[in-house]
Design a protein around this ligand. Structure first.
Ligand code: NAD
Length: 515
């Protein structure tokens, strides 16, 4: 067997994925507890964003594969190997999976890095933290309680119970494959559902490695299934499959709209975690040294490929020029490089199409009259001539009506917009179709609270940016989404509420009238 480009897992119970005669790691679908070939045998090649070379091939699934996976999930949902488990027993399985993630975090980080080129410095922390999703929701599994309801009808006992929804389809993007999967998978399993997971066609490898841990933890066959392939080829089959009762989607607004429309036809429940164009608002009374770092964290961390990117920097006019100069100077020293080097600050863009999209938006911004302050082109990084690196890019003199201020780029491009006072900042911040997140920088606590109440977004950070927690709900207002992930709210998305009426022996006086 040819040498795998992936590190071997330290746990010898985890079998390495085979490498084919072209030297590519060769993945299969994961259905009903088995790795299986797709019905039609076709594959998609995965590119290493640092070298530009193909390193893996993943199955190009078809609607027939989706059908197999949904059937396995439905059978597992009805099978007492899963259905018969108490909530406490499910919680114990989840905690076992959390332990396996902790033990194998470095390996998972290495696979994820190979897949999407994100910094190992960030991925190591993310993978270790990810175990918390399984600990938290595993702990919550046996703590979701119904109620006894004091009704106005005599002679009955009325109580409520929460039940799993059934088969859940989870569809993920490429920017943070395993954490975004876990935000869905952990509460869905804790609630007692079974799942069919569909990762992005660009980054499917890490999930196909991760399911080996699910198997090792001892989840019954068919509870977790993975199908891979193009969204437009097999996504429809998954979204409209009669066995699927809930859809949890993270991705762009366009795909989100299509999926939501399809789901509505069969009344499937949906959670939509979509895009954003978040304002990062800096007042003249902010601690400016912290605010500079907040602006950088907002848009240049992960090369801007995060849904919460603070891609609109709103600067109070009195500090506008000085802040911009300082930000420009701060970026002079950033280090590009291989994502595995802990010193690297800027890793490559994850995919070729994303690189083209970023380049297109630079041109759009210039054509619309924005002023290019820095960047705007591919970065040449020594040793990686084909790497998908892009320079941190700042546009000033942006009007909030320009496309660079209104549309999500999902790359390292910052649109700087001046404002006069609180009312003006609120008006600009809210004049957009999105409402995912916002940053507010001020040393005036009362102003911080006022602004956090007036800006319409699902997450508000005052004097920090990008903080998240397993225990806290996350989601969008407006076009940024429907529903919440994280915290108790995230678990409730995967439960149905049932009301049970138990007669305590009263006669049915007249069967033709309602009690
Ligand atoms: P995308 O919408 O192109 O794809 C996301 C997933 O949907 C992929 O698995 C894709 O194959 C699938 N898909 C596409 N069309 C489909 C269809 N018709 N039916 C079923 N599935 C379909 O998004 P992307 O480019 O992978 O990711 C970037 C986007 O994700 C950005 O807009 C970003 O803001 C968003 N995002 C949101 C959050 C959040 O929590 N709000 C987090 C991360 C990323």
């Amino acid at each position: 067997m040819a040498q795998s480009p992936l590190p071997a897992p330290s746990n010898t119970d985890i079998k390495p994925t085979a490498v084919n005669s072209d030297g590519l790691v060769s993945y299969q679908l994961y259905i009903n507890g088995e790795f299986v070939a797709p019905c039609k045998g076709a594959a998609i090649r995965s590119q290493d964003p640092v070298t530009g070379e193909d390193w893996a091939e993943i199955p190009r699934g078809t609607p027939d594969d989706v059908d197999r996976a949904c059937q396995a999930a439905k059978d597992a949902f009805e099978n007492k190997a899963w259905r018969g488990l108490t909530a406490s027993a499910r919680g114990a399985l989840m905690r076992k999976l959390g332990d396996l993630i902790t033990e194998n975090a470095d390996w998972l980080a290495a696979v994820e890095m190979k897949d999407n080129g994100k910094l190992i410095a960030e991925l190591g922390n993310q993978m270790r933290y990810m175990a918390n999703y399984y600990y938290y929701y595993g702990g919550l599994a046996d703590k979701i309680e119904g109620a006894t309801i004091p009704t106005d009808k005599p002679g009955v006992l009325n109580y409520t119970r929460y039940e799993p929804v059934g088969v859940v389809a989870c569809i993920m993007p490429w920017n943070s494959p395993l954490p975004l999967t876990s935000l869905k998978l952990a509460p869905a399993l804790a609630a007692g559902n079974t799942v069919v997971l569909k990762p992005s066609e660009f980054t499917s490898a890490s999930l196909l490695e991760f399911v080996k841990l699910v198997e090792l933890a001892g989840f019954p066959k068919g509870v977790v299934n993975v199908v891979t392939g193009y969204g437009n080829e097999m996504g429809n089959a998954l979204v409209s499959h009669p066995h699927v009762e809930r859809i949890a989607f993270t991705g762009g607004p366009e795909a989100g709209r299509i999926i939501n429309e399809q789901a509505a036809r069969s009344m499937k429940r949906v959670t939509m975690e979509l895009g954003g164009k978040s304002p990062n608002i800096i007042f003249e009374d902010a601690d400016l040294s912290k605010a500079i770092k907040g602006a950088v964290a907002g848009i240049f961390a992960a090369s801007g490929q995060t849904c919460v990117a603070g891609s609109r920097l709103l600067l109070q006019r009195s500090i506008h020029d000085a802040f911009l100069d300082e930000l420009d100077r701060f970026l002079d020293g950033v280090r590009f490089g291989h994502p595995s080097d802990p010193e690297t600050q800027i890793a490559p863009i994850s995919t070729e199409p994303q690189m083209r999209k970023i380049q297109d938006y630079v041109q759009i911004a210039i054509n619309d009259g924005a002023r290019l302050v820095r960047g705007g082109k591919r970065a040449v990084v020594e040793g990686y001539p084909n790497g998908l690196f892009f320079e941190p890019t700042i546009f000033a003199d942006v009007d909030n009506s320009m496309r660079i201020a209104q549309e999500e780029v999902f790359g390292p491009i910052l649109a700087v917009i001046p404002f006069d006072d609180e009312d003006h900042a609120v008006a600009i911040a809210n004049d957009i179709q999105f409402g995912l997140a916002a940053g507010i920088w001020t040393e005036n606590l009362a102003r911080g609270i006022r602004m956090s109440e007036r800006v319409r977004a699902g997450t508000i950070w005052v004097n920090n940016y990008r903080s998240t927690s397993t225990t806290s709900p996350f989601g969008g207002f407006k076009m940024s989404g429907i529903g919440r992930e994280g915290g108790i709210a995230g678990m409730m998305e995967y439960l149905e509420l049932k009301s049970v009426w138990l007669s305590t022996g009263v006669e049915i006086a007249n069967p033709f009238t309602r009690r």
